[in-house]
Design a protein around this ligand. Structure first.
Ligand code: SF4
Length: 459
């Protein structure tokens, strides 16, 4: 463990909805505003730690401060009638069952499972294996059951249903053995992405139990372990002063020494998250283990929707030794209307920032949509013949032969997500749609009719 960098904030604890009332930084707000925050926090997840509150948010700029927008609920995140309903329940101190029921009804209207996660990504050979998604041939996603929370919640998170108790929508794995068994029978898988929530909320000892079985000799085809985390941004103390910080870093070193590539998929939403002494010290410690830190974030209105923000962020990341990787388009779930940026504007922001940085930062791709058929990047807006079109391309796809193939959608200045686009040139469908429908039908057949592959896989 290294010297304490933040004496006031070195013990991890989450402030939740119940504590909103008592947060000194909110004390100047009228009661009605605090009730409004609580009303929204009944529907959307809210939890924030003291480091975010004390060191990241600029309270002199709240509520417009981007880090405040990133972590605190806002009344316009709900439709006006939904907000009024929750607000009046909170104001009259309605019983918690009544609040829960109203919140659940609203949550179910917020598209809790976008992009076919609930059905299409289930492992085809082990449809009852929980906590594992296999969307792309070479990459498996693993959701350890102990990593289903975060160091703070992002208000735009597409995994928000996991945090508000929509139990049936969880992907958590009950144990790691099922994953290792699955990988043994899938030699095409080279990458495992351990994700959550944030898997680094787990104690190092628990993470060891998940990761070490993946280092077995008969899993040599798994050459890359990725960890999807926002710990460097939201809780750098995880690598500095937490009691098991050294144990965690030693685990990373063992993964690297085993000959695997250890990739940190580090979520940074705003350059301020990189500017604290703690964040920079934490990043240096992670890099010293031999891990590579790749950075990614969605483009979010009110948080980072300006080219200068991305330019600053990518420059700083390169300076500190990280590799800019993805700018995502905000997914079509949760309070998307509050955060979404039209695709054309997103592309312009990306292009302006991309053209302002050196080649080393141009490792970044975007703006990219993780849509049902795959990761689709908006390469630009063009005129072909007499038609204005979006030029699109798969960076990753359910069928490898789709990757890299350009295709075109009719230009739509309002469109914010792939489902809102129509094929260009009066075509009836995009080239991959027939195959996509077939894939969905096959997966329905497998998951409905096929029995569990083994009792273990079904656990
Ligand atoms: S850290 Fe990631 S998983 Fe956690 S709330 Fe933020 S976006 Fe969601």
């Amino acid at each position: 463990m290294i010297a304490n960098l933040s004496p006031a904030t070195d013990r991890f604890a989450l402030l939740r909805r119940e504590q909103l009332e008592h947060l000194p930084q909110l004390a100047h707000l009228p009661r009605s505003e605090r009730d409004a925050l609580r009303a929204v926090a009944h529907v959307l997840p809210f939890a924030v730690n003291r480091y975010v509150v004390d060191e990241l948010i600029d309270w002199s700029r709240a509520p417009h401060d981007p880090l405040f927008q990133l972590t605190f609920p806002q009344r316009d995140m709900l439709a006006p009638e939904d907000f009024e309903r929750m607000y009046s329940l909170v104001r009259r101190a309605a019983p918690s069952a009544e609040l829960r029921e109203a919140a659940r009804e609203i949550q179910m209207r917020l598209n809790p499972h976008p992009a076919g996660q609930a059905t299409l990504n289930r492992p085809a050979t082990h449809p009852h294996l929980k906590g594992v998604q296999h969307k792309y041939r070479e990459t498996v996603l693993f959701f350890p059951s102990r990593g289903q929370t975060c160091f703070s919640y992002c208000t735009y998170c597409f995994r928000w249903p996991q945090f508000v108790g929509l139990e049936e929508l969880k992907f958590a794995a009950s144990e790691a053995g099922g994953l290792a068994d699955y990988l043994r029978s899938h030699k095409e898988v080279s990458d495992v992405l351990v994700t959550g929530g944030d898997p680094l909320v787990m104690r190092a000892e628990m993470l060891e139990r998940y990761l070490e079985p993946l280092l077995a000799d008969d899993l040599a085809h798994v050459t890359t372990l990725r960890i999807g985390t926002k710990a460097l941004a939201f809780w750098p103390q995880r690598f500095l002063t937490d009691p098991d910080a050294d144990q965690l870093l030693a685990l990373f070193e063992r993964v690297v020494k085993s000959g695997r590539h250890l990739a940190f998929m580090a979520h940074f939403s705003h350059p301020r998250e990189l500017e604290t002494a703690s964040a920079q010290a934490a990043l240096a410690r992670v890099l010293a283990t031999g891990a590579v830190v790749r950075t990614q974030a969605p483009l979010i209105r009110r948080v980072n929707d300006a080219p200068e923000i991305w330019e600053r962020m990518w420059r700083e990341q390169v300076r500190l030794g990280a590799v800019p990787y993805y700018m995502f388009v905000e997914r079509d779930t949760g309070p998307r209307q509050y955060f979404e940026v039209p695709l054309e504007r997103g592309w312009r922001i990306f292009r302006e920032a991309y053209s302002a940085v050196s080649g080393l930062a141009r490792s970044v791709r975007g703006p990219s949509m993780s849509a049902t058929p795959g990761k689709i990047v908006v390469d630009g807006v063009s005129v072909i013949g007499s038609e204005r079109v979006f030029v699109l391309r798969f960076l990753q796809a359910r069928r490898p032969e789709w990757v890299g193939r350009p295709f075109f959608a009719r230009f739509d200045a309002q469109a914010c997500w792939f489902d809102e686009l129509e094929p260009a040139f009066e075509r009836e469908e995009f080239f991959f749609q027939p195959a996509m429908e077939q894939l969905a039908a096959e997966q329905r057949w497998r998951t409905q009719l096929r029995p569990a592959a083994s009792p273990r896989a079904a656990s």
